[in-house]
Write a protein that binds this ligand. Structure first.
Ligand code: PLP
Ligand code: TYF
Length: 394
């Protein structure tokens, strides 16, 4: 039986991680996988997480199963964090999932049950796991235009035209904030135009929000998601706690669904719990419990949000520094967009050959589409990257 297997395509981001590890050069720089790193290159456990873990260790008296949907207190805390009271609880369903990836998977499986013929529309480009999961589930897939590699900005006219043409009942996957891989995001006015287009054509939004707090702050980063949730009749939301709580390996995420009416809530919730049971029974609890403790405690919450804010500001500083260095070294404003982008990533818009040259000559690892993880840089390595790029582009 196992002899029937053939090799699966690799995730290019995870393959890059392996290539970086195998490079013996001490000066190598990892701008690949989306993990936050501080100025020393460490991915620290956040202070609030450490405190919550200590408290949990002292007070937790059982590790018995919780429930198919996870702890309702986690759902309530995350609904509040992401939606901030913009949607009535009686239309909201939620289940904890293994990470944001698990939420994306469960959301698509829910679509498969409810609307098996619906096409899933993805931004071009998007996070590689989106098309990978859609294809694996055998669902129809299509793309809407998103990025203009000449300007480094959203190609908004093209995006809006494509969204307007999507048929009623199809699913439109939108990044809640901090678009991965481009770093280019909609303005508040552009968001409103996208929402108006969805209201007019009856396509159903599915928001993936994995970087709340990494862009313009916890509230601003939730703005698009909240407007979608409160202005459109139904939507799905996949939220990840991996980045903003720094608990990547704990696999902590949540799927939320907003039903058009309260009468549909129970059956929606039941289907989501059913899907959890089919796939893994109970979602992981440890990370979800830490998040619940932090969000529910004034002291822990303020420790967490201030550390998150420091993280966000450090990435903004690196953005500005990199844009400035590139302006100087390339003698052009070509890369000014880096300072305007938000989140962990920017797509530089250089060719795969340039990406490869910089890797071979300078040991700088970025994804082949020229996505860089801003947090992989520090004040010392920004000029090294800027010079490597300027040289390779000559
Ligand atoms: N969605 C996007 C766009 C992402 O970039 C990520 C990666 O972090 C995720 C979802 C989910 O990540 P995780 O499964 O680690 O929570
Ligand atoms: O885009 C990234 O780098 C992050 C981390 O299969 C990631 O979202 C990458 C690949 C993957 C899961 C997470």
């Amino acid at each position: 039986m196992l002899s029937n297997l053939t090799a699966q395509p690799q995730d290019k981001i995870l393959a890059l991680m392996a290539a970086y590890r195998a490079d013996p050069r001490e000066t190598k720089i990892d701008l690949g996988v989306g993990v936050y790193k501080d100025a020393t290159g460490a991915t620290p456990v956040m202070r609030a997480i450490k405190s919550a873990e200590e408290l949990l260790w002292k007070t937790q008296e059982t590790k018995a199963y919780v429930g198919l949907a996870g702890d309702p207190a986690f759902s309530a805390a995350m609904i509040d964090l992401v939606l901030g009271g913009t949607v009535d609880a009686d239309r909201l369903s939620a289940v904890a999932t293994p990470g944001g990836t698990g939420a994306v998977r469960q959301a698509l499986e829910l679509v498969k049950i409810a609307a098996p013929r619906a096409t899933v529309w993805l931004s071009n480009p998007t996070w590689p796991n989106h098309p990978s999961i859609v294809k694996y589930l055998g669902m129809p897939l299509a793309e809407y235009r998103y990025f203009d590699s000449q300007t480094g900005d959203v190609d908004f006219d093209a995006m809006l035209a494509d969204i307007k043409a999507i048929p009623a009942g199809d699913i439109v996957l939108l990044h809640g904030c901090c678009h991965n891989p481009t770093g280019a995001n909609l303005s508040a006015e552009q968001e409103d135009q996208i929402i108006a287009a969805l209201a007019a054509n009856g396509a159903i939004p599915f928001v993936d929000i994995a970087y709340q707090g990494f862009g313009d702050g916890l509230e601003d980063d939730a703005r698009f998601t909240r407007k979608i949730a409160s202005q459109l009749p139904e939507c799905l939301i996949a939220a990840s706690c991996s980045k903003n709580f720094g608990i990547y390996r704990e696999r902590t995420g949540i799927l939320m669904a907003i039903s058009p009416s309260a009468s549909l809530q129970a059956v929606t919730q039941g289907n989501m719990a059913f899907l959890n049971r089919q796939n893994f029974s109970f979602p992981p609890d440890h990370g979800a419990r830490l998040v619940t403790m932090i969000l529910g405690d004034t002291g822990l919450r303020s420790t967490w949000s201030s550390e998150l804010e420091d993280t966000r500001l450090s990435m903004l500083n690196l953005r500005q520094q990199l844009a400035d260095e590139l302006r100087q070294r390339t003698n052009s404003d070509r890369f000014d967009f880096i300072a305007k982008h938000r989140g962990m990533f920017s797509r530089l818009g250089v060719s795969p050959e340039v990406v490869e040259t910089i890797r071979a000559d300078n040991g700088v690892y970025m994804v082949v589409d020229s996505r860089i993880n801003i947090a992989g840089l520090n004040a010392h390595t920004v000029p090294i990257l800027a010079q490597a790029l300027a040289t390779a582009l000559k």
